[in-house]
Design a protein around this ligand. Structure first.
Ligand code: GDP
Ligand code: GDP
Length: 435
């Protein structure tokens, strides 16, 4: 599972500065929720090979009973409930404030694990800057400087180490597609989940989860096994809690990480929005196989269909590696074809790529087009082998490979994809230069 760290604290303590530092890789992502005045930020970061999700909740104004501030507090509360660890940030220059105390009390009520970070601690004596904050009763305050980066990497490693889920991460063996059906609210995800499950016998429900968990449903269709990750709780037995938000960005992003194939649903009757593009981008960053479902295709005239197709081509052009399906979840049309592409994308994501074939394709690619010379260097590629699946990772060995430009890597990606017919999955290439 993707561990989720949620940043909480009053305004101006340095949450967004910390957020930027934690997600500074190209993995950074902004997703906005509808109906919020201040965007919440969701980013994917990484320490070594360990990815994590960071949510910046915006400023927490804990007092409002209604209105926008109340809405924000509710959203923050939801994020906190979904957190594996809350990073509670206070300002070491201001010292302890009454607002910090209120937030601490609220956090304690949620029962989520909390790490207390004293920010803006650069150039200050550790014991001095943390002294004030012990009385919050949130464990040992950890001094950091988000702006300068002091102690941030160390802190995040400690944080991840303390999460049981992350520590117990095992490479799981999968022999069938594990599907996440994602999309912004109202595009028809629930309708699609129901259309897919249909009258088929649902083999097993996962144990009833807490509000934080998605439900995993195993099912069979056309003689094939699948697991569907039900983020919306479509098939949750009984109404556990009406107040649970149906749409949860955190759950969605975790489901993407945990799935091996993602079905991204968009609405043909509506424009492609920023949020659609952000979700798509996140799927790519996670390296997941993808099938695009353009839903509500029923009853659209030619003109509207053309407009929708053009809009998708323009705004989601980076999804050209994925199959596009035009479906009606409501009528159940196109669902079987969609699942066929799911199987294909799954096979591509899990493909075994033997070293001799990989190396042969690499050689052919080089014969057609050499990597460009860089100064007096010409990168030299010797052989390739597979370093992982989901997404397929191809490791190329040689010398001066750090000089290979992105454009050439993209050329190689495309060549490998075509040669091994890897439709529906992104592909990663890594270079290892020997001396
Ligand atoms: P947020 O409202 O909690 O998201 O806070 P911001 O990240 O916007 O930061 C508020 C102010 O504190 C900005 O002027 C930042 O430059 C400053 N700031 C953030 N982190 C640090 C830090 O580690 N040291 C110092 N001295 N200033 C910081
Ligand atoms: P979710 O929020 O993404 O789970 O969306 P829902 O499945 O709840 O659907 C939102 C609305 O779109 C509902 O009113 C559905 O009946 C409608 N809807 C879903 N799929 C289709 C479809 O294929 N065609 C049409 N015309 N409406 C649909």
């Amino acid at each position: 599972m993707l561990p989720t760290l949620v940043l909480v604290g009053r305004p101006n303590v340095g949450k967004s500065t910390l957020f930027n530092r934690l997600t500074r890789s190209r993995d950074a992502l902004v997703a906005d929720l509808p109906g919020l005045t201040r965007d919440r930020h969701y980013g994917r970061g990484r320490v070594g090979e360990r990815p994590y999700l960071v949510v910046d909740t915006g400023g927490l104004e804990p007092v409002a009973k209604e209105g926008i501030l109340h809405e924000m507090a509710k959203q923050t509360r939801q994020a906190v409930d979904e957190a594996d660890l809350v990073l509670f940030i206070v300002d070491g220059r201001d010292g302890l404030t009454p607002q910090d105390r209120i937030i601490a009390t609220q956090l304690r009520k949620t029962g989520r694990p909390v790490m207390l970070l004293v920010n803006k601690a650069e150039g200050m004596q550790r014991s001095r800057v943390t002294m004030d904050f012990h009385e919050l009763g949130m464990g040992e305050p950890i001094p950091i400087s988000s702006a300068h980066g002091d102690n941030v990497a160390e802190m995040i490693e400690v944080a991840l180490d303390e999460l049981p889920a992350a520590a117990a991460e095992v490479e799981e063996k999968s022999d069938h597609p594990k599907l996440a059906i994602v999309g912004r609210p109202n595009v028809g995800k629930s309708t699609l989940v129901n259309a897919i499950l249909g009258e088929e016998r649902v083999i097993a429900f996962d144990q009833p989860g807490t509000t934080r968990d998605s439900i995993y449903i195993d099912f069979e269709r056309g003689g094939k096994q699948y697991t569907i990750i039900d983020t919306a709780g479509v098939r949750r037995r009984g109404k556990i809690d009406e107040a649970i938000e149906k749409f949860s960005v955190v759950k969605t992003l975790q489901a993407i990480e945990d799935a091996n194939v993602v079905v991204l649903v968009v609405d043909a009757r509506d424009q492609i929005t920023e949020q659609d593009a952000h979700l798509a981008d996140f799927v790519l960053q996670a390296g997941r196989a993808l099938v695009l479902a353009v839903n509500k295709w029923d009853g659209l005239d030619e003109y509207k269909r053309d407009t929708a197709k053009r809009d998708i081509e323009r705004k989601l052009h980076f999804l050209s590696f994925a199959k596009h399906h035009f479906i009606s979840a409501l009528n159940g049309t196109g669902v079987d074809a969609l699942l066929k592409s799911v199987n294909q994308a799954y096979a591509a994501a899990m493909a075994k790529l033997p070293t001799p074939q990989l190396t042969r394709v690499l050689e052919e690619a080089m014969q057609k087009q050499q990597p460009p010379r860089s100064g007096s260097f010409r990168p030299k590629m010797r052989y390739a082998h597979q370093g992982g699946s989901n997404p397929p990772l191809i490791i190329i060995h040689g010398s001066a490979l750090e000089k290979i430009p992105d454009s050439y890597s993209r050329y190689l990606e495309k060549t490998f994809c075509d040669a091994f017919k890897l439709q529906g999955t992104p592909l990663r290439i890594e270079y290892k230069s020997g001396k």
